[in-house]
Design a protein around this ligand. Structure first.
Ligand code: BG6
Ligand code: MG
Length: 223
């Protein structure tokens, strides 16, 4: 194992709720109610693709112009940024900061494979930016998760082969992205939802360098 690739929202920090609230408020202005169940489809999905899904749900996809879509996406991002304004070093999920430091101390490379264009700014707010060796720019991808491109790109940027990487995610479609990149996948959350992962754990607190190395080694022995 040479590198560990992290999702941001739901793994490094708990921003998923803010994304939901910001979309909910935008949808309300469009005359729609969004519930948690629908929100599951938005996890890991880019800003523009999320907007498309919401417009489709309200059967508005053909009535909104491209310029209007850009305005709506920008206004959601403004609301979201307002919500995360106070975010600071205390807002990383349990165990994440010490895990990242331990991984660096053990000379593993760290990559961010997040669909969020706010990724670098959020890592800076959390005081974790300097620990990362690479951050994939989601705006440069031709396809979002569950396509494997974002994880393949992270490995390429780090100069690693996919077999040397482990990916960590919290949503089912995103686990698929890691698996399709032929990397070892670790999921944090509900075992029933995330069963496709090589290993599912309940909370980020359980993630240690030893656990990640053991999962990677076991997967290499099987394959
Ligand atoms: C993903 C989130 O990490 O980033 C999605 O799970 C979000 O909910 C996507 O839509 C894009 O984020 P941003 O910050 O670029 O709007
Ligand atoms: Mg996530």
């Amino acid at each position: 194992m040479k590198a560990v690739l992290f999702d941001l929202d739901g793994i490094i920090t708990d921003t998923a709720g803010y994304h939901f609230l910001a979309w909910k408020s935008l949808a309300k202005k469009l005359g729609m109610e969004l519930d948690e169940e629908f929100n599951e489809q938005l996890k890991g999905v880019s800003r523009t693709d999320s907007l498309e899904l919401i417009l489709k749900r309200g059967q508005l996809e053909n009535t909104v112009t491209l310029a209007e879509k850009e305005r709506l996406a920008a206004s959601k991002n403004e609301v979201y940024n307002q919500m995360i304004k106070q975010m600071n070093a205390s807002d990383s999920l349990p165990g994440i900061e010490s895990l990242l430091i331990d991984l660096k101390t053990n000379h593993f490379l760290l990559g961010l494979a997040s669909a969020s264009q706010n990724g670098p700014a959020i890592l800076k707010k959390l005081g974790l930016y300097d620990l990362f060796d690479t951050i994939v720019n989601p705006a440069e991808l031709s396809a979002g998760k569950p396509d494997p491109e974002i994880f393949q790109k992270a490995a390429e940027q780090l100069g690693c082969s996919v077999s040397e990487c482990v990916g960590i995610e919290d949503a089912a479609a995103d686990v698929e992205s890691i698996n399709r990149a032929k990397m070892v996948s670790i999921a944090v959350g509900d075992k029933e939802v995330l069963h496709a992962a090589d290993k599912v754990i309940k909370t980020t607190n359980e993630l240690t360098v030893d656990l990640i190395k053991t999962i990677w080694t076991e997967c290499c022995e099987i394959n």
